[in-house]
Design a protein around this ligand. Structure first.
Ligand SMILES: [Zn+2]
Ligand SMILES: [Zn+2]
Length: 109
């Protein structure tokens, strides 16, 4: 019997190994939000790397990390734009958000 030694991963790669695009299993998949597709529109499906590239699917964690960074840089309803990040020096939070986005992008590849 073959044992799987799966490491817990923090890169957003989830153990769902079913790709809803080619409708088959894959070594790794990432969550991708489907905006349109009849019943269950807006739900989260998973796509393998090949399909994400083929169909230019942005993975949900990358999308969210990017949105969080933009929100930090540009401000939202409650917080103004981040001063340090918009000038020359990343603040601690900004650096963490950028690192997170980079991790998600790396995981997408
Ligand atoms: Zn696929
Ligand atoms: Zn900042």
């Amino acid at each position: 019997m073959q044992e799987t030694t799966e490491q817990p991963r923090n890169d957003g790669t989830v153990p769902v190994q079913w790709c809803s695009w080619h409708e088959g299993t894959a070594a790794t998949t990432r969550p991708v939000e489907m905006v349109e597709r009849g019943a269950g529109a807006g739900g989260t499906l998973h796509a393998c790397r090949e399909c994400r590239i083929t169909y230019s699917l942005p993975s949900l964690p990358t999308w969210l990390a990017q949105a969080a960074l933009f929100e930090h840089l540009g401000g939202d309803g409650e917080n103004g734009p981040c001063g340090p990040c918009n000038r020359f020096e990343d603040c601690e939070q900004g650096a963490a958000l950028k690192a997170q986005l980079q991790r998600e992008k790396d995981a997408d590849r």
